[in-house]
Write a protein that binds this ligand. Structure first.
Ligand SMILES: [Zn+2]
Length: 85
């Protein structure tokens, strides 16, 4: 990890604003390398928005951009997301 990188737990509050289930323990499958990890274990980079990356292959799994009234969430790098209901 570099100094500007956090793990997925750093965006738990942001994800909780949108999803009704606990997201840090949700299991994602990377669409590039096939690895599965809890969202809380992903690498998080903050800049103009947030990019969550696969800790195995660096694939951009989730992108999040937020303004004062809306949030744009892209899941381009995730094959599946398993949540506990
Ligand atoms: Zn991967």
């Amino acid at each position: 990890m570099d100094a500007l990188m956090l793990d997925g737990n750093a965006v738990a509050g942001l994800l909780q604003e949108v999803f009704a289930v606990e997201m840090t323990t949700a299991i994602e499958t990377c669409n590039r390398c096939g690895a599965t990890d809890p969202v809380g274990a992903l690498y998080v980079f903050r800049g103009a928005g947030i990019v969550m990356r696969c800790p195995h292959c660096d694939n951009a799994l989730v992108t999040i951009v937020k303004d004062s009234t809306r949030m744009w969430i892209g899941f381009a790098g995730i094959r599946t997301l398993q949540v506990t209901v």
